[in-house]
Design a protein around this ligand. Structure first.
Ligand code: URP
Ligand code: ZN
Ligand code: ZN
Length: 481
């Protein structure tokens, strides 16, 4: 009898720190051994391929509930298919709160919807209304259900929190051992510039970038860090668009603060000029914070190499170009302010980042694995189950052809959205098979997994979300307010 259920033979195994030629043995859905000459009941030949940990995408909006009922176009079925096609095996998506209501009922509905997932999944809890009930009763409840991260928006109507409400959420997170993720842009500055742009008749999609220049992202990032420092609460700054903002995180880290930075695929490829296309076309590239300039891409890679930015996620937020509830929900001549923000990118994330990052020499293979799998798993309490290849980890593996050339089109993405902002990119490197807990769920682009076969990932207490214990004057205000 073979010692192991499955052996992936002869590939080059890559983790966040090491690259070795080895076999990977799997039993009971977990990695059982790494070595040479391993034998299993089933064998997958990985000669000439890289064996990577399954991607961990800790920021994506899948079937997110919408105010007034219904949910985003991307369902858990289509979203999971896209993930597995692109080599991602775990995601963290968002349970919502609508102002004037609590967080428990939407979470219960969201859990039901996510039960159809084919990818393993956890949730962040969005907080848009920091009432006493929410911060003292409901946040403890959702944390006890394994939702160990909160997201707050410092901008966007009707989601944004003012500084006082943000402090109440930071304090609640501190009391409950949860991470806080922050959308950092200055609400009042964006509104002021938007009002001026619209009065000046500058309404086309490209003015989205003009409404929110980098310094208002930098300011909000600085403020979020200062307030988190005062509360002594770890935070992750989401979707950092450029080095100017990352520098705020570097300063915080140099002072020993628990502040981490995430950026997204689109900030290495897209630029504000993409929104300057004829007619409504620019809406396809509209997300917040705004894509910056071509020159910013190289600077952002530097922030990855230096370790200031730890995570590259997709921030997949899909709105079809031709769907009445998608980008044109308010008409194809709507001013930029009224066009939904977000770009799709679940399946594109790993191929685009491998191609732009590894194949073009901007990062090495181990850094690629760290920022797309290991660090996101660590930062959100999924480690040591997800994010690496070592005995005991879930056998989430991607067999990757590092030399394969592909012209990326929307058909490769397998999501529900009718376009990709990365259409036509020449890509080097491609996932040829995805294994989720030892099961082959994608081979040569064909996804085969049972709806509902994804597992919920409840998250318990973990070091990165634990406060440092350093408070101004030693007074813990979070115990009172
Ligand atoms: O434009 C974006 N990023 N849309 C998704 C929502 C968010 O802010 O993460
Ligand atoms: Zn955001
Ligand atoms: Zn997002």
């Amino acid at each position: 009898m073979s010692e192991y259920e499955l052996v992936v033979r002869g590939g080059t195994v890559v983790t966040g720190t090491d690259t070795i030629r080895a076999d990977v043995a799997v039993s009971g859905g977990r990695i059982a051994a790494i070595g040479t000459g391993l034998a299993g009941a089933t064998r997958i030949d990985a000669d000439g391929l890289l064996v990577l940990p399954g991607g961990v995408d800790t920021h994506c909006h899948i079937e997110q509930l919408q105010r007034g009922g219904g949910a985003d176009e991307e369902s858990w079925t289509t979203g999971s298919t896209a993930c597995l096609a692109g080599g991602t095996t775990s995601v963290i998506s968002f349970s919502t709160q609508f102002k004037g209501a609590g967080i428990l009922a939407p979470l219960a509905e969201y859990r039901q919807r996510a039960a159809k997932a084919m990818v393993d999944y956890g949730f962040h809890q969005i907080i848009t209304d920091a009432t006493d009930e929410v911060v003292w009763k409901e946040i403890p409840q959702v944390v006890s259900e394994g939702v160990r991260s909160l997201k707050v928006f410092l901008t966007y109507d009707p989601l944004h929190l003012d500084d006082r409400a943000f402090l109440r959420v930071l304090a609640a997170a501190r009391r409950n051992g949860a991470m806080v993720t922050v959308h950092c842009e200055n609400y009042e500055a964006i509104n002021w510039r938007t009002e001026a742009l619209l009065k000046a008749g500058l309404t086309a999609p490209k003015y989205h970038a003009w409404s929110r220049p980098a310094m208002i992202e930098r300011e909000a990032t600085h403020r979020a860090i200062a307030l988190a420092e005062m509360v002594d609460q770890p935070i992750q700054v989401f979707h950092v668009s450029c080095a100017e903002v990352a520098e705020e995180i570097a300063r915080a880290r140099a002072r020993g603060l628990k502040v981490w930075g995430e950026t997204c695929t689109q900030y290495f490829v897209l630029a504000a000029e993409d929104m300057d296309r004829p007619g409504f076309e620019g809406a396809k590239f509209m997300c917040s914070p705004s894509p910056r300039t071509q020159a910013d891409h190289a600077k952002l890679w530097r922030e990855i190499r230096s370790g200031t930015l730890d995570v590259i996620s997709s921030d997949h937020s899909g709105w079809s170009y031709g769907h009445p509830k998608g980008k044109p929900v308010n008409g194809t001549d709507a001013p930029f302010r009224d066009i939904p923000n977000g770009v799709p990118g679940l399946a594109a994330r790993l191929p685009v980042l491998f191609s732009e990052g590894v194949a073009k020499g901007n990062i090495d293979l181990n850094t690629f694995v760290r920022v797309t799998a290991t660090n996101p798993a660590k930062l959100f309490g999924l480690y040591p189950k997800k994010g690496s290849i070592a005995p005991g980890f879930d056998a989430d593996l991607v067999l990757w052809d590092p030399a394969k050339k592909t012209t990326l089109t929307n058909a490769h993405m397998q999501h529900a959205i009718d376009y990709t902002p990365f259409e036509g990119m020449e890509i080097t490197g491609w996932p040829v098979a995805t294994l989720r807990r030892g099961e082959v769920v994608m081979r040569d682009g064909k996804v085969q997994a049972e709806p509902g076969s994804g597992q919920y990932l409840p998250r318990g207490p973990y070091d990165m979300a634990t406060p440092r214990g350093v408070l101004p004057d030693g007074f813990d205000a979070s115990a009172y307010a």
